[in-house]
Write a protein that binds this ligand. Structure first.
Ligand SMILES: [Zn+2]
Length: 157
């Protein structure tokens, strides 16, 4: 039985969801999102890495802790989604999915929804993270241009 706080753990098995909030490797990340903090794992040797996994992608030592990023980044690349089978995002098409290089951890690029007018999209566009809640009650990070406020939905729904 699922509620807004207990989201079924499925990846790809449903057209409803493309992420798994219950996966243990991501638990601190999702907990951070609830608090509107963007967290990344750091291994025993101090390497920050992404995506979360039990061991570091560079030295294979275990994850030792999680650190909060400043939530700032720059647009590395992007695509515009015009059609989706995912009902969670169907009402949002067309929307932009970008790869964002974190400003304080430049070795990390995250994939995320970029809420920006497509005419503004350019490599290196400075972005800030904001958080908003899906209809399943999951708080997701999204990215907005730093100098041009988004005129759509509010940052904190
Ligand atoms: Zn490492």
């Amino acid at each position: 039985m699922s509620t807004s706080s207990q989201v079924p753990a499925t990846i790809g098995a449903s057209q409803e969801r493309t992420f798994d909030p219950a996966h243990p490797d991501f638990a601190p990340y999702w907990a951070g999102c609830v608090e509107e903090r963007l967290l990344v794992p750091v291994c025993e040797d101090g390497h920050a890495f992404w995506p979360p996994r039990p061991t570091c992608s560079r030295c294979y030592r275990p994850t030792a802790r999680w650190v909060e990023t400043r939530g700032r980044g720059s647009l590395y690349s992007w695509t515009v989604v015009h059609r989706t089978r995912n009902r969670e995002f169907a009402a949002a098409v067309p929307y932009v999915v970008g790869m964002i290089t974190l400003a304080d951890l430049p070795g990390i690029r995250m994939v995320g929804h970029v809420e920006a007018d497509r005419s503004l999209l350019v490599e290196g566009l400075e972005l800030d993270v904001v958080f908003s809640e899906t209809r399943h009650g999951v708080r997701l990070p999204r990215w907005r241009p730093r100098s041009a406020p988004w005129r759509g939905e509010r940052a904190h729904a």
